[in-house]
Design a protein around this ligand. Structure first.
Ligand SMILES: [Zn+2]
Length: 307
């Protein structure tokens, strides 16, 4: 185990800085019958979130999908919006975005366009280590696989209501992100899972706050990520907090923006205290910092009825 810790330490030391890319300016797509789609960005990078707002004609029904995934609408019926997550390993290229609406007049309107995914330009880190240094015992391997499955089951569950309201806040006060989201690691020429969250290097004991309202769906000690809290914000959006020294919430609790979730620590397979913050949106791995720049927000705690 000490060897795994040593490797994690090496990875932390080698963390490279990636500048955070602000979304490009928005664009409006005119569909037929006066229906409009407003997109925050038509050329998102891997790991980014695109906000799509539907405007124009009153509607009684609304369905949308991107890249084969169904999208969920938030906000009020006048201007429902959806968050489109671009997975950090989504292959660069164009993917169809379709919207089908039934207008109050009874007419059906279909609208389609494309979003073009750009390469995230994530740093690649090559490491050569003794294989024995990264091998897990059968017991640890079984445990970590069980926990990974449990997390995937959570992320693939969509709670059919928006639990958040307003803008997202940083879980830490005055902390700077390391820019480690998306970093690719190649260990002995074998690609490993990319880093799916953002690391914040802060002292142990620093309070971690809920960035928005939600329900705690995990508060457990996991093999890799130590004391881990997961919040369900509804409609397929989850945030994830790892390596906590202590957890201040229990499964099932509802948290509001700013509530204490726990304190920064070094639990799990790490050597130094830091917060690993991650976000999942409809089972895509997105940069959690993207949440902080979403300007649209639901104006009611319930999702639009148009699904
Ligand atoms: Zn991390």
């Amino acid at each position: 185990m000490r060897n795994v810790r040593a490797l994690s330490s090496l990875i932390l030391w080698a963390a490279a800085l990636t500048p955070f890319t602000a979304p490009a300016s928005g664009e409006t797509i005119a569909c037929s019958r006066g229906l409009e789609l407003e997109l925050s960005n038509r050329e998102p990078s891997q790991g980014q979130i695109v906000v799509m707002t539907v405007k124009g004609q009153p509607r009684t029904e609304l369905r949308a999908s991107w890249s084969g995934r169904e999208l969920y609408f938030w906000g009020n019926d006048d201007q429902p919006f959806t968050l489109i997550g671009v997975d950090l390993q989504s292959r660069p290229g164009s993917y169809p975005l379709t919207v089908d609406a039934r207008l109050a007049s009874g007419e059906s309107v279909g609208c389609s366009t494309e979003l073009t995914v750009r390469d995230g330009g994530f740093p690649v880190q090559r490491l050569n280590v003794d294989d024995r240094d990264v091998e897990l015992s059968q017991e640890d391997l079984a445990r970590s696989q069980r926990e990974t499955d449990q997390l995937l089951r959570i992320f693939r569950t969509t709670t059919p209501a928006a639990l958040w309201d307003g803008s997202f806040e940083s879980p830490l006060e005055h902390a700077k992100a390391s820019g480690s989201f998306g970093k690719r690691r190649i260990l002995n020429d074998q690609p490993r899972s990319p880093h799916s969250g953002e690391d914040f290097s802060v002292p142990a004991g620093t309070p971690v706050h809920a960035p928005q309202r939600g329900r705690v769906v995990m508060a457990s000690d996991l093999f890799f990520t130590g004391n881990t809290v997961v919040i369900d914000h509804g409609l397929g959006l989850y945030t994830f907090y790892a390596h906590l020294q202590s957890m201040a919430v229990e499964i099932g609790a509802t948290v509001s923006t700013g509530d204490l979730l726990g304190r920064v620590g070094a639990t799990g397979r790490v050597t130094g205290p830091h917060l690993h913050w991650a976000a999942r949106l409809n089972d895509t791995r997105v940069d959690p910092l993207e949440l902080l720049s979403i300007s649209a927000s639901p104006t009611s705690p319930n999702p639009t009825t148009s699904r």
